[in-house]
Ligand binder design. Structure first.
Ligand SMILES: NC(=O)c1ccc[n+]([C@@H]2O[C@H](COP(=O)([O-])OP(=O)(O)OC[C@H]3O[C@@H](n4cnc5c(N)ncnc54)[C@H](OP(=O)(O)O)[C@@H]3O)[C@@H](O)[C@H]2O)c1
Length: 334
């Protein structure tokens, strides 16, 4: 089959479009003909190599696959060839170890992916495979972070940093869905305009504006009720010290990632002075994905797709992601 793969860890140059043996489904597994697979920043971390995670090589990236069942391995019941499915990227092995497609198992930047039947989620007819492929990693994580962990609710002010990417656009959509006031921060005027079109109440271009100062101008001093009820920061790095200064008294700082660095300086005086909660959120549960599929099916949620690209343009698609030349999600369509 054709796939985007890498044989060693490194920069974009190690990625290639090539041929690799089509995998056969084993006991309890199915082979899915991939119609759509969305990109995540996680793919960049996997390709570079992450401390503590052993990636078998060659690796086919792509965590978020949707398509149709192509063949069933022995022992699979309840599924038929041709069924339209979304793949939950994560599976727990019998030994209690977590495995993830596009990370520790071959992923979806390929014509086919083999997964456990337990990972399948049936797709309603009115949910496209492109839309479905946006859901697991980015939207699933945003759903858990905003609702289960973050408790975002109507009337609150929510500041979303990195709002233009996969997790970020979903945070904006979900916060608006429950009636929060959304302040979205992105790295260019064009992305800010796109976020306004998506429903953000206020935007700020953080390549031009100091977001801590912006917060003070908009809301007043932290000592007189200023700041946002909820601040979402999955960028980390230099942005972390800034966002500590932006949380309202008694507010929450939510995090699920560290695109720009995982060990920034923390001035802990802001934590106690604002009596803030810093809440981490990791990944999604199956309930998050079921809820998101239902939201897409009933029209409450429309994933933001920047563009769909054929498999042979997969390396260019990754370049666009890494160079931040996109808005929302990029989807590869094998
Ligand atoms: N814990 C989990 O389970 C989990 C799950 C999903 C994602 N994550 C993490 O969440 C973060 C966002 O993931 P994503 O897939 O939404 O990423 P993405 O689609 O690539 O979006 C990230 C956005 O962050 C902004 N950004 C700011 N500083 C950046 C930098 N130094 N490098 C790259 N982008 C930067 C960019 O927007 P502008 O161009 O507008 O600045 C970019 O579009 C990643 O760190 C990812 O690993 C964690």
């Amino acid at each position: 089959m054709k796939a985007i793969l890498f044989d060693e860890h490194g920069d974009l140059g190690v990625l290639r479009h090539g041929e690799i043996d089509t995998p056969e489904p084993g006991l309890g597994e199915v082979r899915v003909a991939v119609e759509a697979c969305s990109l995540n920043y996680h793919d960049v971390f996997t390709r570079r190599g992450m401390p503590g995670i052993k990636t078998p090589l060659p690796m086919i990236p792509g965590c978020d696959a949707a398509g149709t069942i192509d063949s069933l391995g022995p022992g699979v019941t309840g599924w038929e060839q041709g069924a339209r499915v979304l793949v939950d990227p994560v599976v727990w092995t019998a030994e209690g170890k977590i495995q993830m497609i596009g990370d520790t198992q071959w992923g979806g930047y390929a014509e086919y992916v083999v997964v456990s039947a337990d990972q399948l989620i049936a797709l309603p007819d009115n949910v496209s495979t492109a839309a479905a492929s946006c859901l697991p990693v980015a939207y699933g994580t945003a759903h858990r972070m905003m609702f289960t962990r973050g408790g975002v609710k109507e009337g609150e002010t929510v500041f979303v940093l990195g709002a233009s990417g996969g997790v970020g656009t979903c945070c904006v959509l979900l916060a608006k869905m429950v009636g929060a006031k959304v302040v979205a921060a992105a790295g260019s005027a064009e992305k800010c305009a796109a976020l306004e079109a998506l429903g953000a109440d206020l935007t700020v271009d953080y390549s031009q504006t100091d977001i801590a100062r912006f917060t003070k101008e908009q809301t007043g001093s932290l000592f007189s009720g200023g700041g946002w009820d909820v601040v979402v920061n999955f960028t980390g790095g230099d942005t972390w010290p800034q966002t500590l200064k932006m949380v309202k008294m008694g507010g929450r700082l939510l995090t699920c990632g560290a695109t720009a660095g995982f060990d920034p300086a923390t001035d802990i005086r802001f934590i106690w002075t604002a009596e803030m909660d810093i809440r981490g959120s990791n990944g999604w549960k199956r309930e998050d994905l079921d809820a998101l599929v239902a939201m897409v099916a009933d029209g409450r949620l429309t994933p933001v797709i920047d563009r769909e690209m054929p498999l042979h343009e997969g390396v260019e698609a990754m370049r666009l992601l890494e160079d931040r030349e996109f808005f929302g999600k990029i989807v590869i369509t094998p």
